[in-house]
Write a protein that binds this ligand. Structure first.
Ligand SMILES: [Zn+2]
Length: 80
């Protein structure tokens, strides 16, 4: 599995360039410069993107709820 692959996108809020991991495409990311959250995607002109975003947001909320449990379990097993 390739890791460390990034694409460059400008922040929708502050316009500064961000390096975003490709696996975060379509997911909500946070600008390291201004802290604004937005959906990472390569193109902004897809008319279906908003609906996709909504579906992804729902999916992400579910993933987050599962991941937070997994993180807690991982942290507990690490003892830190
Ligand atoms: Zn920003």
């Amino acid at each position: 599995m390739a890791s460390g692959t990034f694409f460059v996108k400008s922040c929708v809020t502050c316009g500064r360039l961000l390096e975003i991991r490709v696996e975060l495409l379509g997911k909500k990311v946070e600008c390291v410069h201004c802290g604004a959250g937005f959906i990472a995607r390569e193109a902004n002109d897809d008319p279906d993107a908003e609906r996709v975003e909504q579906a992804l947001a729902l999916a992400q909320a579910y993933i987050d709820s599962v991941a937070s449990v997994a993180r807690n379990n991982t942290a507990a097993s690490r003892g830190c």
